[in-house]
Ligand binder design. Structure first.
Ligand code: KIV
Ligand code: NA
Length: 264
């Protein structure tokens, strides 16, 4: 497999090929996912929940993210490495510069931030300085206390319209990838069609340009509960590498997510 870059993912969208991505936090899983042919690995701040056992992602620090990014980097040969900017590490442009620099030097090739059009200036400044950005809209877990719980977002017409506008603004600012989390399928489809950049969904329906899952969910390792939008691919295969290969082929064939995994 050749090295995967943001250009590879853009080309996949243009050719109508579905993108499969997953989280990883260490070298061993990262190597296995890379060898299975996954298109990108996210070092998610979900590590606060699945590794640290916290009840949200808020306690995660840039040092935590940098440590796990270094671990993942050592296992990866070809796949694109994306690292999450944790809670309040990009509240100002200057903070974003420092945090993003640390994650890129730890081995990321792209960083991800949660939020809408308020991030436009930060995104364009990072891209100008050589740091590719993945945006993240919908149920953005760092805002769980504002939402009042982990709830599907964008169900009301005005909120849906706002999300479409935010997505377009983020693309214009220079974001090269967008993650949509826990939104109605129709909205996932509308945003994917409205943008030129690839849109990766988690609980955002089957019409996004690709999917992402937290590796623990995809392997059925539930710390607290199994989210509706996930599927246990290990149960179907009995082997971790085969599970990830099945995930990739099911996404590619349009079989995952199924009707039971989506929000209407
Ligand atoms: O932290 C994470 O794992 C994420 C994905 C669920 C998109 O942000
Ligand atoms: Na995250």
């Amino acid at each position: 497999m050749a090295k995967i870059t943001t250009a590879t993912l853009l080309k996949m969208k243009q050719q109508g090929k579905k993108i499969s991505t997953i989280t990883a936090y260490d070298a061993s899983f990262a190597k296995l996912f890379d060898q299975a042919g996954i298109h990108a690995i996210l070092i998610g701040d979900s590590l606060g929940m699945v590794l640290q056992g916290q009840d949200s992602t808020l306690p995660v620090t840039v040092d935590d993210m940098a440590y796990h990014t270094q671990c993942v980097k050592r296992g990866v040969e070809d796949t694109l490495i994306i690292a999450d900017m944790p809670f309040m590490s990009y509240a100002t442009k200057e903070q974003a510069f420092t945090s993003a620099a640390q994650l890129m030097q730890a081995g990321a090739s792209m960083i991800k931030m949660e939020g809408g059009a308020w991030l436009n200036d930060t995104i364009s400044a990072l891209v100008e300085r050589g740091i590719p950005v993945c945006a993240h809209l919908g149920l953005t877990p760092q805002s769980v206390n504002v939402f009042g719980g982990f709830k599907v977002q964008g169900r009301e017409n005005d909120k849906a319209q706002q999300m479409i506008e935010d997505a377009k603004a983020l693309e214009t600012a220079g974001a090269q990838l967008l993650v949509l989390e826990c939104i109605p399928s129709a909205l996932g489809k509308a945003i994917s069609q409205a943008l030129t950049i690839p849109v990766i969904g988690i609980g955002a329906g089957k019409d996004t340009d690709g999917q992402i899952l937290v590796m623990h969910d995809a392997l059925g390792i539930a710390c607290n509960y199994m989210p509706k939008f996930s599927r246990n691919f290990l149960k179907d295969t009995g082997d971790i590498k085969a599970a990830v290969e099945l995930y990739i082929s099911e996404v590619s064939a349009g079989n995952f997510p199924g009707d039971e995994h989506i929000f209407n």
